[in-house]
Design a protein around this ligand. Sequence first.
Ligand code: HEM
Length: 225
Amino acid sequence: MSSRLTRIVGSSIVKKQAMAITGLLLCGFLVTHLAGNFLIIYSADAFNQYAYALTSNPLIYVAEAGLAALFLGHIGMAIKLTLENHKARPQKYYMKKPTGRGSTFASSTMPYTGMITLIFLVIHLINFKFGPLYMTTVDGVEMRDLYRTVVEYFASPLNVLWYIIAMVALGIHLSHGVWSAFQSLGFNHPSYTPTLRMASKAFAVLIVVGYSSLPIYCYLIQGGH
Ligand code: HEM
């Protein structure tokens, strides 16, 4: 192998490992965000107090910067790797690849499901984080009524449907991504690779069902639809 080729292979492995680590950390965010959002079902006050506790802590800026760096790093690396793959392969061969050996629907649609998730995220932040600002008072403390912002948004069945579609895309992305991340980090052995594959799929299902249940719940509690 020429030294140039070694360099290229080496750097693409590093990129894959960086994608794996950022992707797995983002999965950690998904789990904590889901757990926090489930307070919506517990009570409006509990959810608002939770959001208030997070946003009123000065460390939130550090956490948000870290989260933004993870998303940007993951997306940037994905774009670079996809472009490199395009360059490295003749067009015809590339077109045929998705049906090739070892590829699945989830693996061959990673750029598309990733893009849907990114579009979802931008719309999500516009509607919630930077969405309608209502205020409420809980235990004598004035805070943002984020519960009302969220519940109102899901009064529209179209918004509920969009969330479910986006969550299914995210689930497809995760079902391949989590397993693939472990592969990139060197966890590859016949004795546990099938278990990792299954665990990836189970995680993806948990995320899809968990995140889809909240818009459906918010829609249903508004009665009479
Ligand atoms: C039913 C589904 C979801 C609900 C109800 C929900 C709810 C919320 C709410 C209310 C906020 C605003 C928090 C604040 O400003 O204090 C928020 C922020 C955010 N959400 Fe979600 N979310 C959902 C799904 C997702 C998913 C699937 C992702 C990732 C793909 C995500 C990523 C984020 C991010 C990155 C923020 C900004 C966090 C920050 O700046 O501190 N959310 N979400």
